[in-house]
Design a protein around this ligand. Structure first.
Ligand code: OGA
Ligand code: MN
Length: 328
């Protein structure tokens, strides 16, 4: 991770904001998480997330309870109830916490070759959270509870899809503007991309997908955004090869090093908050995977912008890959 660029950003009275990258991502200090944030402080945090897309707080001392209480201030929380009812037991106490760890319910380290280990590989590809569900995720708040030793990996990388859009060649922007493409997002697709052998017999087309405009305005900042993710199976209205070619071009463009930043988790209690509607992220992996526990818990806030449901029917369904049942 690049060092914190020295000078605090102006425009904040209650928090100290320092940029981590020339175009996005910032570290915030000066917040006392041992008590509920004042409305003024929370408003500044929200303003920072809106502007920088990704914000990092070090050593917050948050617990499951205070993590959830903080997350609720951003909006309505998503939960894992549909996944639990599909047969996966929850290691965590609260259904509003997504288990993003490599830890089994009994505390042992997850075997990367196991069905859940294979499914987790999807997180290594740049994505946004829940774009495959009828209602997409707005903010995600990921809190570290236990980390591998330094040097063993386990960082999280982010991509700035607003600046990536801004920098597209004008003729391509014009084509995107004229066609107003709809992208079909599928969790089956991204998991299959990341673990092709394991998901060999899975056909994403057998399942409903989340439909969202490819280029859209990020309402809270007013900037345009490329709403893309490894979940995108195809762009509607194009032949499969044209769709793949255009999508790959955009995805490669947006994930170039100049639009990305890697955040190193330093101590348990570190919290990263990101806006899924203007950034992508991915788990970077590393040699820790089979050796050390990495216990990360995520609170996920439903999007409440006018684009939250994209072109999907409003429903409470959450989509999942039924790897536990091994029916494929
Ligand atoms: C997530 C996620 C990446 C990581 O929590 O949504 O993709 O580094 N996490 O754990
Ligand atoms: Mn994710």
């Amino acid at each position: 991770m690049p060092g914190v660029i020295a000078k605090p950003e102006s425009g904040f009275q209650n928090i100290i904001v320092k940029k981590l990258h020339p175009t996005f991502a910032a570290q915030i200090s000066g917040v006392d998480f041992s008590q509920s944030l004042s409305d003024e402080t929370f408003d500044e945090v929200l303003r920072a997330v809106t502007k920088y897309g990704v914000v990092v707080f070090r050593n917050t001392n948050l617990t499951d309870e205070t993590h959830l209480a903080f997350a609720r201030r951003f909006g309505e929380l998503d939960d894992v109830k549909p996944y639990i009812s599909a047969g996966r037991k929850n290691r965590l106490r609260y259904d509003e916490l997504f288990d993003v760890s490599n830890v089994e319910v009994d505390g042992t380290i997850l075997d990367p070759g196991s069905p859940r280990g294979q499914a987790n590989k999807g997180n290594d590809l740049f994505h946004v959270d829940s774009s495959f569900n009828p209602r997409r995720a707005g903010y995600s708040l990921l809190l570290a509870h236990e980390l591998p030793p330094p040097g063993m990996g386990g960082h999280t990388a982010f991509a700035d899809t607003r600046t990536a859009y801004d920098d597209l060649p004008e003729d391509l922007k014009e084509t995107l503007h004229q066609n107003n493409y709809v992208a079909a997002h599928s969790t089956h697709h991204s998991r299959k991309l990341a673990a092709p052998d394991f998901f060999r017999d899975l056909d994403p087309l057998d399942y409903p997908m989340g439909r969202h405009y490819l280029v859209q305005q990020h309402e809270s900042s007013g900037r345009m955004n490329l709403y893309i993710a490894s979940h995108v199976h195809h762009l509607e209205g194009l032949e499969p090869d044209e769709s793949t070619e255009l999508f790959d071009r955009l995805y490669k463009h947006a994930t170039q090093p100049e639009y990305t930043v890697e955040i190193e988790w330093q101590t348990p209690g570190d919290l990263v908050v990101w806006d899924n509607t203007c950034t992508m992220h991915r788990a970077v992996g590393g040699p820790f995977l089979r050796k050390y526990r990495r216990d990360m818990r995520r609170a996920t806030v439903h999007d409440s912008s006018s684009q939250a449901w994209g072109l999907n029917e409003h429903s409470d369904v959450r989509r999942r890959v039924l790897y536990i049942l091994r029916t494929f």
